[in-house]
Ligand binder design. Structure first.
Ligand code: WT7
Length: 574
């Protein structure tokens, strides 16, 4: 099953033939689940759409045929850039069905982030929505994509999904409407499924690391399938009659593993909501839990803290008695938010599955199961078969309650296989500090009961509202502005977001600092990277603390901002 002859390039289910989409769709569409709902969707404006397993397979097949007719073949990359709409799910499945590698770019990213991902993946096709609804406003995805496409050369065809109906630019010979292609005879209801090797790539998904360039994490058909199916089944105890809602975005790993693939593999009914949790009022989520009878709700601490601010009256207006299990992911959940979630949303009846994992792990790694005794703020212990540890600088396991580096000691099925086109970086990033051991980049401690308490990132990665952002990416977005010579970004504690982005900027000579320039720089980062990366503060400085080799010492900036004495300044340049 496991081939470890070329560590750390592990292989799982070697020689196995499969296609994850067969087990997501065909297997159910051909059985008694044929008419069962696979996906229920509510738009921000209140529209409702649903797809049975039969219908989801049909739409996937039609779209897969369209992609094939455009020349997309096994191994080609296709980028998807949309809001939370069913076509995103259909697009991902259609790619996988024909063996193409999907690369989903989160709809909250903007021009440069999209350009970089299109270029690095060398995508042939881009699937984009005309726009996305967010808090009653329209995010003009197609025009953002047009700007990114001016900077990226590989894209031959752009398929545009009509969501908002706002006018968009359609470039002839390149841009085509999805709804027009989907009714052509080439888009038949049957579509030959590409037989894949268990180790063939399923998708790449970019995530932030410690350098300015995001990493394309590669996952495969076989291992990812086994990992997501099993963990979702046992952790969320998902049953045929359940209605399950993972409120993440398909553009992140949580959506790939636990909105799209995991639930479909389990033959489950998933619910997806397009918009903001507080639109038009802070009861929107609870209204939908009641309306659709949601049994399992999986979300992030930042969302819980955001909703907590509006008080208990909003959820208390709704019947939440359908809820049976709750989940949390993305960052450590503070006990206050845990207790509120447990008491106000779960009415003290629903266990909270605090799942620790990463884009790279593909599946839950440290997580309770419904039968495990919980402690607020701890993900309890590793999932069966997952071998983890906490090591000190020398690579020795730390004693109980001591902090150390969180590592994974044995390979697992849904693990990252490599960084696409950059195998050296894969080895360097994860497997070098302790040879043969996977470095998560997190610090943690373990208590006397063996329960894990994840503390947070130990590298230059920030968790902002659960999103993973590299300080180097924020810095390079700032430096791409003509007024900026150098920039440094750090995270400081924030009540709702977990971390707020604070930046320090050295202006080019002759440029005057002003409040107007602060606004302009913040808008520039939002335009280049996305609103999620917009700095909360910008401070103009004359110099930045650096090591003798010229690296910015962010921890010194952070200590100062928190009014602490920075530790160990031996490498600081005079
Ligand atoms: C990082 C991975 C996995 C899906 C979403 C995030 C942090 C994630 C938890 C948790 C404490 C957590 C870690 C990890 N993290 N879940 N339950 N408790 N921290 O995926 O964007 O790849 O981020 O998120 O720091 O390394 P990601």
């Amino acid at each position: 099953m496991l081939d470890d002859s070329n560590k750390p390039f592990f292989k799982w289910f070697v020689g196995g033939k499969t296609n994850i989409v067969y087990n997501c769709l065909d297997r159910h569409a051909e059985t008694s689940r044929r008419n069962k709902l696979a996906l229920m969707w509510e738009g921000e404006k209140g529209e409702f759409r649903s797809f049975s397993y039969f219908a989801l397979r049909r739409e996937t097949c039609r779209f897969a045929n369209v992609l094939r007719s455009l020349g997309v073949q096994k191994g080609d990359r296709v980028t998807l850039y949309m809001g939370r709409i069913p076509e995103l799910v259909i697009g991902m499945l259609a790619c996988a069905r024909i063996g193409a590698i999907h690369s989903v770019v989160y709809g909250g990213f903007t021009v440069e982030a999209l350009h970089e991902r299109l270029e690095d993946s060398h995508s042939k096709v881009l699937i984009v929505a005309d726009g996305a609804y967010q808090r009653g406003k329209i995010v003009p995805l197609k025009s953002i994509a047009d700007e990114a496409l001016q900077r990226a050369a590989s894209v031959e065809s752009v398929l545009v999904v009509k969501r908002t109906g706002e006018p968009v630019n359609m470039e002839s010979g390149r841009d085509m409407w999805y709804h027009e292609l989907m009714v052509l005879p080439i888009a038949g209801n049957a579509c030959h499924i590409e037989q894949m090797d268990a180790e063939d790539p399923l998708f790449i998904l970019y995530t932030s690391g410690t350098t300015g360039k995001p990493k394309a994490i590669l996952h495969t058909h076989g291992g990812f399938m086994v990992g997501t199916y099993t963990t979702l089944k046992y952790v969320f105890d998902i049953h045929d009659e359940d209605r399950y809602w993972c409120a993440a975005d398909p553009g992140w790993i949580t959506g790939h593993s636990y909105i799209v693939y995991g639930p479909l593999l389990n033959g489950a009914t998933s619910f997806m909501y397009e918009g903001a949790p507080t639109y038009p009022y802070p009861n929107r989520w609870w209204q939908m839990v009641e309306k659709y009878g949601i049994n399992i709700l999986y979300t992030a601490p930042t969302a819980i803290r955001g909703l907590m601010r509006y008080g208990e009256n909003w959820p208390n207006r709704h019947d939440l008695s359908s809820l049976r299990l709750l989940g949390s992911v993305g960052e450590p959940i503070n006990p206050e938010a845990w207790k509120w979630y447990h008491r106000v949303i779960g009415k003290g009846r629903c266990p909270i599955m605090d799942t620790w994992w990463q884009t790279e792990t593909g599946m839950f790694m440290i997580t309770p199961m419904p039968c495990v005794a919980l402690k607020p703020g701890s993900g309890t212990r590793p999932f069966p078969g997952v071998v983890m540890d906490i090591l000190n600088e020398e690579g020795k396991p730390v004693a109980a309650n001591e902090e150390g580096f969180l590592v994974i000691k044995e390979p697992w099925p849904a693990m990252i296989r490599t960084i696409y086109k950059d195998p050296e970086r894969y080895v360097q990033q994860y497997w070098t500090k302790y040879p043969g051991v996977y470095m998560t980049g997190d610090s943690a401690r373990r208590d006397e009961d063996g329960y894990y308490w994840v503390i947070g990132r130990v590298d230059d990665v920030l968790k902002v509202s659960g999103y993973r952002l590299g300080t180097a990416e924020i810095e390079s977005a700032l430096v791409s502005h003509p007024a900026v010579a150098e920039a440094a970004a750090i995270g400081l504690p924030h009540d709702v977001k977990g971390n707020a982005i604070h930046t320090y900027v050295i202006l080019k000579t002759g440029i005057e600092k002003s409040d107007k320039l602060v606004d302009e720089l913040r808008a520039h980062v939002a335009h280049e990277m996305g609103p999620i990366a917009k700095p909360d503060s910008i401070v103009f400085v004359e110099s930045l603390p650096k090591t003798r080799s010229g690296k910015i010492m962010r921890r010194v900036l952070k200590a100062r901002a928190l009014g602490q004495e920075p530790k160990d300044l031996s490498t600081l340049e005079e």
